[in-house]
Design a binder for this molecule. Structure first.
Ligand code: NAI
Ligand code: MG
Length: 392
């Protein structure tokens, strides 16, 4: 039997992940799970938010289902370390970024699909004054390991870096700025990584019947990196004559997705623009309670909701947060494992619960989160999972 590594993490990760496992079980997905530690508690007690045993288990089983973790600024991280670890010079790092780097999970997939009946869906006014709700079905492919988030950056760059940059004529603009007053974050794209993300985007479009792949970058201004992504888009598109290649600039894309989101199918972007455009689309289909993601590498993949650990809701006796983002992340895992039928069944059950409208978590009712929402008619996390299971 297949084994998956479950990493609930911190806060509501510990709440939503077990609910998703209940749904998987009810849908007939036969799997063994092995739980691995990750996150803030590991940092505080062991001085490492990503313990070696967790890496070893992922190395062995290659599939991870992840909840969420808590991250805090360096000063607080130092303070909360166990007394015995305080003076060891340990430095906190984000374990999810650590996982992406360690396993080279370079392809991030973020589907943003609206479910009919979700009160949080995007609507717009028609010219006649009515209201319409266009269906949104976009899948964002975000390069996950390079670009502006690769961490190649300096404040007060060493002189070798400065002189290297000064070989570029445009550095003349900064000639009078002392190095101490310069902050530099490098945006580095590699051809191999661009090719992998663009190919993955076209493969998805072909497999699921999307008509277009949009390269969302800014090649008119950021000529080298965005230019490389677009050029590779054109190259890969030749293998897919039935799929149109569109090219948008990130700024204009953010405007268009608030006007006509239904026009877009698959989108592909570098790391930061992918981060931005995927949050933009997620907001049109219900926000953090619905936003699922996959981090896929050549030989390891980890699936997670995009939300964090929501610490303010973590200690509730009866949890109120929406488990759907976690459940849909588990569906992405099923798709990746080739378990399409079970994935479709779960997604259909979710869509039925939403369409029926009897069971809604507080976010779907636009309530402010508090324990009191349960007496105002909001479903608890468990009740929502139960409703999905009943619909199955
Ligand atoms: P967050 O995503 O944890 O929560 C922001 C707000 O979104 C919550 O207060 C809540 O109103 C809403 N929300 C989140 N998940 C929800 C759900 N399932 N159902 C209904 N409402 C939901 O982000 P925040 O507050 O900025 O960060 C909290 C902690 O999480 C921080 O320590 C942060 O570093 C960490 N974080 C971790 C991430 C990860 O594990 N991948 C991603 C983002 C933040
Ligand atoms: Mg983000």
């Amino acid at each position: 039997m297949r084994t998956i590594v479950t990493m609930p993490g911190d806060g509501i990760g510990k709440v939503v992940l077990p609910e998703a496992l209940r749904v998987l079980d009810a849908a007939g997905f036969e799997v063994q799970t092995v739980e691995a530690e990750i996150g803030w508690e590991c940092w505080c007690t062991q001085g490492n938010p990503l313990p070696q045993r967790t890496l070893d288990l992922l190395e062995e089983h290659r599939i991870g289902l992840f909840g969420a973790i808590t991250s805090k600024p360096q000063a607080e991280a130092k303070q909360e370390l166990a007394p015995g670890l305080q003076d060891k010079g340990l430095v906190y790092y984000s374990p999810i970024v650590g996982l992406r780097q360690h396993f080279n999970l370079d392809i991030s997939v973020r589907p943003c699909r609206s479910f009919p009946g979700n009160p949080l869906n995007f609507v717009r006014r028609t010219a006649e004054g009515g209201v319409e709700e266009p269906p949104v079905d976009a899948v964002i492919f975000r390069q996950n390991t390079e670009g502006l988030y690769s961490g190649v950056e300096w404040t007060n760059p060493p002189s070798a870096v400065r002189s290297a940059l000064e070989t570029h004529p445009k550095m003349a603009h900064f000639a009078d700025v002392p190095s101490a007053d310069l902050a530099i974050s490098a945006r580095i794209f590699s051809r191999g990584a661009c090719l992998r993300i663009v190919k993955a985007a076209f493969a998805q479009a072909a497999e699921y019947g999307y008509r277009s792949v949009t390269v969302c970058e800014k090649p008119n201004v950021i000529r080298e990196t965005s230019g490389m992504m677009l050029a590779i888009g054109k190259e890969v598109q030749r293998e897919y004559p039935e799929i149109a290649l569109w090219n948008t600039n990130i700024d204009a894309q953010m405007m268009w997705l608030t006007k006509s989101p239904e026009d877009y199918g698959v989108l592909v972007s570098g790391n930061m623009f992918g981060d931005i455009v995927s949050d933009g689309f997620a907001g049109l289909v219900g926000g953090l309670g619905f936003a699922a993601s996959a981090n896929i590498g050549a030989d390891c993949a980890i699936f997670e909701p995009t939300h964090g650990s929501a610490p303010k809701y973590a200690e509730y006796e009866e949890s109120i947060v929406n488990p759907i983002a976690m459940v849909l992340s588990a569906c992405l895992m099923l798709d990746h494992l080739g378990e399409r039928i079970i994935s479709r069944r779960i997604q259909y059950a979710v869509s039925q619960v939403i369409a029926t409208g009897e069971v809604r978590t507080y976010d779907m009712m636009r309530l402010k989160g508090s324990p009191g929402v349960l007496t105002q008619g909001a479903a608890s996390t468990r009740q929502m999972a139960d409703a999905i299971i009943a619909a199955l």
